[in-house]
Ligand binder design. Structure first.
Ligand code: FES
Length: 103
């Protein structure tokens, strides 16, 4: 687990994917039922960013062409994407800082 906190949990709203860079990787953070999940920010359809994508009921929607992914598993739920998103472990420390482990 990376020792460097990347963002505070308060900066991850309900309903929207928040983008950040972790060790050179583009990641989005999504909130689902209070839990914060981290996924690759690069949509597997046309390699565009999921930043700002809508998050609802544990599903993130790509803002470009509407592919949908399970926030917890990265599984594809709607075309046009065919391949899942990579997911990364997240830890929120006692002070609310979010640590993302990108291998
Ligand atoms: S780039 Fe995400 S659906 Fe096309």
């Amino acid at each position: 687990m990376s020792g460097t906190p990347h963002v505070h949990a308060d900066e991850v709203p309900e309903g929207e994917a928040v983008a950040l860079e972790v060790d050179g990787h583009s990641v989005v953070l999504c909130r689902v039922e209070g839990e914060i999940c981290a996924l690759s920010a690069i949509c597997t359809h046309e390699d565009r960013s999921l930043a700002g994508g809508e998050v609802e009921d544990g599903v993130v929607t790509c803002p470009w062409h509407g592919a949908r992914f399970d926030v917890r598993t990265g599984r594809v739920l709607a075309l046009p994407a065919l391949r899942p998103l990579e997911t990364f472990p997240v830890r929120v420390d006692a002070e609310g800082w979010v640590h993302v482990n990108v291998p």
